[in-house]
Design a protein around this ligand. Structure first.
Ligand code: F6R
Length: 242
């Protein structure tokens, strides 16, 4: 794992955007694996800026998002589809048809998971996968205990994850109980992985990640098995490591 230490969220976002833009400028048909949550919001702002002001085009890029809440779709303001449209897709020149997110509203959830994994294999795997880090070590919605060989599947969210995400909803009860997520094996298919962690809240998880002990109780630790992972951390997130 290659480590990049930066001062703060602003620098983390710029450093991540530089890596994404280098990928897209090097291959205009790049496939990007994307995440939602607070961490990549600054990165997405920088990508939008790059597209508007510096001519970085996403016209031929395809994107594959990690996950979606079960039951929510484009019409719901808290769906990850809405999040991505708002924070990135509407602000860059990517054709909507090139953006892929699991269909949280699919009636046949198992079939949707199979369709999505096949899509990853067909148009992907991503050249570059962006990941945030859960406080409990989750990546995507792969909570502790998720098998290493998991592919796209439907999961019950843990209480800690639902609480962490409640800030986006009007009330905690509105946070969906299930999600569709790429599995650990699906994530590890990506050619390069960019893991981002910002803020003091992530410091314990970053510390555990840096211990390099591969364990199912801390899913992000499986990233140590991948040959090309870059971790960008800011000072607050890295404060427990030294
Ligand atoms: C988001 C995702 C999650 C988040 C993680 C960190 O698509 O799959 O694993 O990356 O929960 O969330 P934030 O960035 O909000 O701290």
């Amino acid at each position: 794992v290659k480590l990049i230490e930066v001062a703060d969220f602003e620098e983390l976002s710029s450093a991540a955007a530089a890596i994404v833009e280098q990928q897209v400028l090097g291959n205009s048909h790049s496939v990007l694996g994307l995440a939602t949550g607070s961490t990549p919001i600054g990165l997405y702002e920088k990508m939008a800026e790059g597209c508007r002001q510096r001519g970085v085009s996403y016209k031929n890029v395809q994107t594959i998002n990690l996950d979606e809440y079960r039951g929510l779709g484009a019409g719901h303001p808290n769906s990850y589809r809405s999040f991505m449209n708002e924070h990135l897709f509407n602000a860059i020149d990517i054709p909507p048809a090139n953006t892929h997110i699991p269909d949280g509203r699919a009636v046949e959830v198992e079939a949707e998971c199979r369709r999505y994994e096949a899509l990853i294999d067909r148009i992907g795997p991503p050249h570059l996968q962006i990941l945030g880090l859960g406080t409990n070590g989750h990546i995507g919605f792969n909570e502790p205990g998720t098998p290493e060989n998991s592919v796209t599947h439907c999961v019950a969210l843990t209480d800690s994850t639902r609480e962490n995400n409640a800030r986006f909803f009007a009330s905690p009860e509105e946070v969906p109980t299930h999600a569709i997520t790429m599995g650990i094996a699906s994530i590890l298919k990506s050619r390069k992985i960019l893991l981002l962690a910002s803020g003091a809240k992530k410091a314990p998880a970053v510390k555990q990640f840096m211990e390099q002990r591969i364990t199912g109780s801390f899913p992000a630790s499986f990233l140590w098995k991948h040959p090309d992972v870059t971790l960008i951390v800011d000072e607050e997130a890295y404060q427990l490591v030294r």
